[in-house]
Write a protein that binds this ligand. Sequence first.
Ligand code: FAD
Length: 506
Amino acid sequence: MTAKRRILIVGGGTAGWLTAAYLAKALRLAERPHLEVTVLESPDIGTVGVGEGTFPTIRATLQFLGIPEAEFIRETSATMKQGIRFVDWARTPAAGRHQQFFHPFEAPFYAEDINLVPYWLLQDEATRPPFAQAMTLQSRVAQAQRAPKRAGEAPYTAPLNYAYHFDAIKLAQLLANHARQLGVKHVQGTVTNVALDARGAIAHLDTPLGRFEADLYVDCTGFRAELIGGPLGSPFKSCRGQLFADRALACKLPLDGPDMESCTIATAHEAGWLWDIGLNGSRGVGCVYSSSHMSDERAAEVLRAHCGTEDVTMRSIPFAPGYRERQWVKNCVAVGLSAGFLEPLEATGLVLVEAAVGMIAEMLPHSGPIDAPARRFNELMALRFENIINFLKLHYCLSKRDEPFWRDNADPATIPARLADLLEQWQLRPPGRFDFVLDTETFAFFNYQYILYGMGFRTDLSAGRADFTQTAEADRLFAKIQRFADRALADLPSHRALIQQINAMK
Ligand code: FAD
């Protein structure tokens, strides 16, 4: 007889419900009566309620869960995201002139027998187009507020890679409804005590409703980390020495005007940056900053100035950048903010949830000790966090901005050794695929290329110019990319028209 397995997920935020729905689907809960998945959620403690940007992996996740794309877009006020436009990151705006670059989701144009990157690097800096514009049509498509796909295209697929912006609270509700349909049980109660057994594993949880026991406890209690950071005492590893931002002010505004961007806009300011995300019907704006470099009052001023109005209701969200090196301890595994958080730049919160839950589903033992995968899980998640720290730091350390926050960010003592080593190598060659081990990476070598060359980093190939003999072929391909872009601009609907069309369908 198969032994009963009970999985208790504590927390009903996006992490809790995504974990529940994913495990229910991946472990085929409906067909396995010996398996039980329950979400225990406090009726009194709210969710963090932010997190409006995602990464393209979410498409495969939503499709796997069986949520129709149109339903997801309608129910969460979603729009499409083709990347991030970075404004004023490389330099302080000179006399109101804003410098910008685009980080698209689409990989650079690929050709069998020629790598275009060196040919772009060897072009005249004064006259060549920006890197992303030269390498992919997505840059011009997003700039023109076109959609990445046509209305008739199959759900979750498109000629151009994309993710979404959405209302975080509505997403958690959609996932909750879906998880319940997949057989997940839902109980409301606040954990007031975590009791350990003699081994130091969780014996049971106490709530005003009574006691809860399980084989695996998934800590999705957000920043409170009630289980993993409570009696299980898994230490938190701060990365504040590398990534200084530790606070956000968030607000929602009505969407005004005809524009509907299909990218997140990340605008640097004197001690951090602002996100600006267009949803269907509203705009989510937030100011991320380092409390060591900026007061809360000044951050509020910066946010109001960006919004162009004094009439802003804002919410302050302090956070500690970092993660737990041991996210799976005995019979408890942390997923979501309880496992760690590294500021919302590049929107990695949900990607980390997807990575963790994918691994749990695949590694969960059918019998024997429930914590058998813990060591490997912890190793892979820690590497993933460290690699994201490197990628985020890249955005800061290359800047030529001259305020204290930015100068401190360029201080070599704050740059992780691995990143410093790569930056040295990349002075003489562009990032390549062997720089990264994909299973522990969220970002590929071309994501690094987009940020490096968007920020004005120089890879000097001039000494080897004679080795690059395919200039004519490269020029032909660069011209082809622009012809593809012209055609896409003519063929693709406006982003606003596509979102309206999807919302009108029932
Ligand atoms: P929460 O939403 O905080 O949920 C915690 C849950 O635990 C709640 O249901 C609560 O009731 C429950 N709980 C707590 N204590 C108890 C208890 N004692 N007993 C029972 N239940 C309890 N991610 C992205 O992917 N993209 C973004 O653009 C992005 N932007 C962000 C911006 C900011 C400023 C912040 C702070 C985060 C951002 N994130 C982003 C991260 C994203 O918000 C989270 O990864 C995601 O919402 C998951 O949160 P969570 O479910 O772990 O925690």
